[in-house]
Design a protein around this ligand. Sequence first.
Ligand code: MRU
Length: 348
Amino acid sequence: MINLILKTVEWKDNKVVMIDQTKLPNQLLYVEFSDYNQVADAIRNMVVRGAPAIGVSGAFGLALAALQSSAETKDEMISDLQKAKKILFDTRPTAVNLAWGLEKIMKTADSGNSADQIRELIINEAKKMADQDIEINKAMGKNGSVLFDNNDTIMTHCNAGALATVGYGTALGVIRATKERGKNVKVIATETRPIQQGSRLTAFELKHDGFDVSLIPDTAVGYTMANKLVNKVIVGADRILRTGHVFNKIGTYQVATMAKQNKIPFYVAAPLSTFDMKSHPEDVIIEMRNGTEVTGIGDKKTAPDGINVINPAFDMTPPELITAIITEKGVAKPPYEESIKKLFEANK
Ligand code: MRU
């Protein structure tokens, strides 16, 4: 039996230990890294994925880089960390939590006076970030749980659960918190092609934790909504702009549009570390992934050789489709430019 109380990513004996999510749901395999380049590969190949989980993994990657470095002075250490930061940063471009995690560690490094002190400081800071991720998700869950009622059937897309974070989850954290407060809820998980985070991870995680969960193909979103099989939607996010534009797993925009058409509330749950208060929609890089993810399922080919493929990993949902954005510091409602600004000002 898989125990999801275990963390998705963790620092243990000066190594980074993570669940290999590419092997789920068939195998629970933990992988262990002592080289930051291995952590970069793990992020790139989606051994670890989900915005908050890759943010913390990036931070742990820099902690490994500090241990690997033979620097003797602060300047040498900062220079080694900068090289590692670039390699880690270049792995996945859309989720802003990765940049947030790396920047936070670089700032901590800068506060140290010697190479040895920097090593100690950043290991502690990365561990603290991992612990805080769970606390933040629980606070978000509490804030979001008031928006859900007894007997709701909630649709979610991709995996924004314990596996996308250090533990508990963002969107699934809100669903967990709702259930923990005694409300009986059912969940509909979309399959989320092409990587199938919905069927491989969300359905697995919720079923394991005793939720009433039904899996649907992505193509059945309209059917389930039009036939009143779902009455609320909640998803996570990879990047939220100050205007309330939400970047999340490819297909989120379709789900949100269909929710609007069927007058179903559409919620987003994300920590403040997922907000990018500087960029405009056109600045955000949408990661384009390998076509082989679309031309096959697992090892089985499902498309002709030589076919052109367009495989964006994320899309943008505009603010007018979003009912509310749930964070650990409160719930933002439209107009988002004002409500998001207030959340940040209150938490300076
Ligand atoms: O490509 P992935 O699996 O890293 O994408 C993950 C998502 O889009 C999640 O919905 C998002 O990161 C929110 S996770 C709490």
